[in-house]
Design a protein around this ligand. Structure first.
Ligand SMILES: [Zn+2]
Length: 149
């Protein structure tokens, strides 16, 4: 594992469940009991209707690239060594979008609509950062259907 040099998130009591799930390799969303919308950023209330009835839901972990950019220059410590990297907005299967990185993929292969799956990068003993990588299952299904034609 490469040493993590980027800034680490600050874990507070309210966000501990999110990071505990990430340590287990699960992406935690919240579903609002009031307006039935999902939210990504973990908090004690719904960001749409301010209801306090937010329920923890494990995401399926699949989605598609909604939009992205390839970062070629970034002088910030921890990021400078990582260029080029892909910053992307991924639309999860649940319909909510998450700002993330696409990893384990040449930047030239990333495109809008690319099917991706959550993965986790170990940043410290306590912190695993959710990122996304191409969904090999989706790729193989797509490839096999092409071969059949
Ligand atoms: Zn709501």
């Amino acid at each position: 594992m490469a040493e993590w040099k980027r800034p680490l998130p600050t874990i507070v009591k309210q966000t501990e469940p999110y990071w505990a799930a990430a340590r287990e390799g699960k992406l935690l969303l919240q579903l609002c009991g009031g307006c039935k919308q999902y939210q990504v950023h973990y908090r004690s209330f719904c960001c749409f209707c301010w209801s306090g009835e937010v329920e923890d839901i494990f995401a399926r972990g699949t989605g598609t690239v909604f939009t992205y950019t390839v970062v070629h220059r970034n002088r910030a410590p921890g990021f400078a060594e990582a260029v080029p990297y892909v910053a992307a907005l991924v639309e999860l299967s649940e319909g909510v979008k998450v700002l993330t990185n696409i990893v384990n993929c040449e930047p030239e292969r990333v495109h809008i609509g690319l099917r991706v799956r959550v993965s986790f990068m170990t940043a410290s003993d306590e912190i695993r950062i959710p990122v996304f990588e191409p969904d090999q299952d989706a790729d193989s299904n797509h490839s096999s259907s092409e071969e059949e034609t």
